[in-house]
Structure formats: structure tokens, C-alpha cells
Design a protein around this ligand. Structure first.
Ligand code: AHR
Length: 525
């Protein structure tokens, strides 16, 4: 078929790689002596809800499965996730958290009750992946636990006892029960979320009602692990808004400003998904063209304004930025894949999602003085996932590779990059052509990330670097033939990073970034 005919049939964007046009030029200026905030490693957190095949099949296959596993947890998934140095994982929800009763998920596997996951598809849950399995998973991948306690249908006592089960070192009845379940040592719990979307699925509360609950849960659900009393204390995270409004943030932050010794919070959560075109969802995760690519990226860039709005209110009540803004649900949310259970939120993950991920991570890095934690939704088989599985098969997604490329930015110090991003026009949409962040790691290396949003044009970069003497530059770039290129079980290497060539001479870095690409360069003295 000719290009003209394909164009007529509306198939061209999905089938043929875009033509590469003449390069644009961009000048970047980086002064490594101008250190900013720390890019907290917790910004690279994940979210694993009991939803669809996120936990069951995605992580948990059970010890008797023919799929290679360690205590029931998939080995292939653990190996893949270890490479991301996942700093924290939020579990068990999401909306599921406010229907979860933890006692049903402990004890001998065969004796756990079957329950209904009424939030996500009404499926039967045999509760074989419970607290001890989650903690085992956390330990296997070398991460930290972020548990969401049930405020909607639970009680402060239930939450307090869950924390005691997990963290008590003294021989209490609950600590002994944990020991009998194979775990004599107390677990570390890095973060505790107090409810989830309490303005909607978490109980449809008013801000004032939620604040009264927040105080009680914060007061009574405590971490008893002796190793988390003075140092490494568990951080408590309150529910915040999921819309670009500030009434809820006002209520929580005002209460926080007046808090006494008896309760406290360390973070305020916000949820913001990229849903191009809004609800009901219309955007597909596969077989789309450049217009939908542009529409999606335009929509995702709203994250910056969304955060600014919340930060303004937080700054009013907390100018010292003691309370972190925690974006504990974010990512692309598209129409479910045809043929999948719509309640399981299954979607593919393309090069577009890799670019979307880098844009959001860069926004978080620019807000790093207040935004100190974020959790992409969700880790495996759900929404913008790192990993897709189908029985024994596993494939890592373009978003996975972005997270792997960004590992050096974890806990690095933000360094501002001055540049004119330029513009790309697509129908009525105008996008910046370029995005970039830089950071200095503990060993003194400078890291530079450049995202080229332009679907057709490469950009020749000339970066002037001061405040550090750099001699060598090396790095990788992630791109693919089309904006909707994906990795599949049959073709897992369509979107994979490859080495990029860059040169440094007299404090200037030169390289060309390909169209629709994410590039990370290390610059060494
Ligand atoms: O991530 C899917 C759902 O989105 C979560 O359960 C909920 O908190 C949000 O609305």
C-alpha cells in the first residue's frame, strides 16, 4: 500500500515510522555550583493495589506454581524490579484500602477466608497475598512499605492493631501471632497513609469530617518498631485532593498548623491522572497517532499547575515545608484494552508513556523542595505499568526503562538547566519541544536528562557546563519507530534504551537527541 492510500485510510500513524526531519538546535546552560533541593528517592515510588492482576499473577503465583517463585513471589518480576531500586511501594490500595480488613490476610494460607473485592470487579479474593507476603515482597526487592490503613470501613482500633502486628518487638499477643506466622522480628513500615480518596471511594467524607478522623488515626495508629523511634520514623500521610481545587488542602493544612503533641502528619497526598479528553475515557493505549500523542502530553503537563495550586495553600500554613506533598497516584489512564475486564484497568504502555513519565518526573524534580514522594499507578498489569505479565510470560514496558534510566537521580541534588524549550505545533496543540533536568549525585557526577517531545525532528544540543569540570560524557536514549511503539511478549525489544554518542570539549557538551526520545547522560570530571 502506498503512503497516500494509508493516509486516506487513517492508518499511517499507527503503521509507518514518522519521517525524520532536519534537526533543530537548542542551547542549554548548566551551572553545577547552583545546587537546589534534594530529588528525594521516594519520588520514584510505586503503587500496587489489590486490583485485577496487579498482585495476583503479577506478583503472587503461590509457592506451588510452576512459574519460578520464592515463597510464592515471581522471581522474574523481583529481578526486574530490583534494577529500579524501588524506594517504596504503596499497598493495598487505592480504593481497595478502605475495604481491606488485614486480619483476613494473615495465618496459614488454606485457612484464610475468601472475600469479595467489591471495588474491582467483584472477584473472589482468597487473601493469600496478605501482610506477611507483602513484607516478603518488599524485602525481596529491597524496598520500603507504604501501607494505607482503612479509614472508610475500618476503625482506629483495627488500624492500631495492624501496626502493632507489623511493628511490635515486645512479646504482645499480636507480635506473637506474627512470630507464629514465621516473622519474629518486627517489620519496618516506612509510611502510613490515613485513608484513600476519602472525598469519594474512601467514604465520601466532607473535609471537616475527614480531619476529625485523621486526628484520631494519627494519634492511635503508631509504629512500635524500636528501630523507628528516633531515626527512620514512619511518616504519616493524610488524604488530599484529586481535583485541581484547594478546599480539602485548606482544611487539612489549617488543622495541621494548629496541631498539638497528640497528632501529626508528615505528608499530604494528592492524586492526579493524565486522562486526555477527560471522563468517560476515550483515549486508547495502542494504535494511535501523533495527534493523540500531542493531546496526551499536553494533558500531562498540567501536573505542574496542579502542584503549584496545592503548594500555594501549603506554603500559607507551612512556610517551612515540613509537610511533604505526596503524589501517591499519578500516570496515564486510558480506555481498557479490548477484551480485558474493564474493572481490571488493563492498558498497553508505549513510547508515549515513556515520554509522559519523564515529563512528570522532571516536574516532580522541579518541585522537589515540597514534592518529596510520588507513586506511579500502578506497578504491574494495571494502568501505566512497569511490567506486564501473562501466566509465565513477562515483559517490561517503556515506562520501566525510564525508571531504570532515572535511578541516578534518586537522592541527587537538583541543578537548574536554563534553556529555551522551543515549540512543536500539532493541530490546535502547542507543546514545548524540549524538556531537561540536571542533578549532581553523591559521588560528584553530573547527570543530565533531555526529553525531546518533537515526534519528527531531532535536536542538536549544545550545553555549556560550568561549576564542574567534565571530561567524559556517556549515556543512553530511549526511542522507537513510532509514538505508539510498544513492547509485547512476542516482541519485547521494540522500545529499549541504546547507547547515545556525546562529546565534551572545553566545558561544552554536544549531542543529538532523536525525535520522541528520553536521554540520560552522565558527565564525569
Ligand atoms: O489506581 C486506580 C484507582 O484510582 C485507585 O484505587 C483510586 O485511589 C483512584 O481513584
Amino acid at each position: 500500500m502506498t503512503r497516500r492510500l494509508l493516509l486516506g485510510l487513517g492508518l499511517i500513524a499507527a503503521i509507518l515510522p514518522l519521517p525524520v526531519k532536519a534537526a533543530e538546535n537548542a542551547h542549554l546552560s548548566i551551572d553545577a555550583s547552583k545546587a537546589g533541593a534534594k530529588i528525594d528517592r521516594n519520588l520514584f515510588g510505586q503503587f500496587a493495589e489489590n486490583l485485577g492482576h496487579g498482585l495476583y499473577e503479577g506478583i503472587w503465583v503461590g509457592p506451588d506454581s510452576p512459574i519460578p517463585n520464592t515463597h510464592g513471589i515471581r522471581k522474574d518480576v523481583v529481578t526486574a524490579l530490583r534494577a529500579l531500586k524501588v524506594p517504596n511501594i504503596r499497598w493495598p490500595g487505592g480504593c481497595f484500602a478502605d475495604q481491606y480488613h488485614w486480619r483476613k490476610g494473615i495465618g496459614p494460607a488454606g485457612q484464610r477466608p475468601a472475600t469479595i473485592n467489591s471495588v474491582w470487579g467483584g472477584v473472589v479474593d482468597n487473601n493469600s497475598f496478605g501482610t506477611d507476603e507483602f513484607m516478603d515482597f518488599i524485602q525481596q526487592i529491597g524496598s520500603q512499605a507504604y501501607v494505607s490503613v482503612n479509614v472508610g470501613s475500618g476503625t482506629p482500633q483495627e488500624a492500631a492493631e495492624w501496626l502493632e502486628y507489623m511493628t511490635a518487638a515486645q512479646p504482645t499477643a499480636l507480635a506473637k501471632e506474627r512470630a507464629a506466622n514465621g516473622h519474629p522480628d518486627p517489620y519496618k513500615v516506612g509510611f502510613m497513609g490515613i485513608g484513600n480518596e476519602s472525598w469519594s471511594c474512601g467514604g465520601d467524607m466532607t473535609p471537616d469530617y475527614y480531619v476529625s478522623q485523621l486526628k484520631i488515626y494519627s494519634r492511635f495508629a503508631g509504629n512500635m518498631n524500636p528501630a523507628q523511634q528516633d531515626k527512620n520514623q514512619m511518616l504519616k500521610i493524610a488524604v488530599g485532593p484529586g481535583f485541581p481545587v484547594t478546599e480539602w488542602t485548606e482544611a487539612v493544612m489549617k488543622a495541621w498548623q494548629q496541631h498539638d503533641w497528640s497528632w501529626n502528619i508528615d505528608g499530604l497526598s494528592v492524586h492526579w491522572y493524565t486522562t486526555p479528553g477527560g471522563w468517560p475515557l476515550s483515549m486508547t493505549s495502542t494504535d494511535f497517532g501523533v495527534d493523540d500523542y500531542a493531546k496526551t502530553l499536553k494533558s500531562t503537563l498540567f501536573m505542574d499547575e496542579f502542584l503549584r495550586k496545592q503548594e500555594e495553600v501549603m506554603d500559607k500554613y507551612d512556610p517551612q515545608k515540613k509537610v511533604a506533598l505526596v503524589v501517591d497516584e499519578w500516570g496515564a489512564w486510558y480506555k481498557p484494552l479490548p477484551g480485558s475486564n474493564p474493572s481490571f484497568l488493563v492498558q498497553q504502555n508505549s513510547l508515549r508513556d515513556a515520554i509522559l513519565a519523564s515529563l512528570n518526573l522532571n516536574i516532580f524534580a522541579r518541585h522537589a523542595d515540597r514534592v518529596r514522594m510520588a507513586n506511579i499507578a500502578q506497578m504491574i498489569n494495571v494502568l501505566q505499568a512497569m511490567i506486564l505479565t501473562d501466566k509465565e510470560k513477562m515483559v517490561v514496558t517503556p515506562t520501566y526503562y525510564v525508571y531504570r534510566m532515572y535511578v541516578p537521580f534518586q537522592d541527587a541534588t537538583f541543578v537548574p538547566v536554563d534553556f529555551d524549550p522551543g515549540t512543536v505545533h500539532r493541530e490546535d496543540i502547542t507543546l514545548p519541544r524540549l524538556d531537561a533536568i540536571a542533578a549532581k549525585d553523591a559521588s560528584g557526577k553530573l547527570w543530565l536528562e533531555i526529553t525531546n517531545l518533537d515526534p519528527e525532528k531531532p535536536v542538536e544540543i549544545d550545553a555549556e557546563i560550568s561549576g564542574i569540570t567534565v571530561k567524559t560524557a556517556e549515556g543512553e536514549t530511549l526511542t522507537a519507530p513510532a509514538v505508539d511503539s510498544v513492547n509485547t511478549f512476542a516482541a519485547p525489544n521494540t522500545v529499549v534504551p541504546k547507547p547515545v554518542s556525546a562529546s565534551v570539549k572545553g566545558g561544552r557538551l554536544a549531542l543529538t537527541v532523536e525525535p520522541k526520545s528520553v536521554t540520560v547522560i552522565s558527565l564525569e570530571p
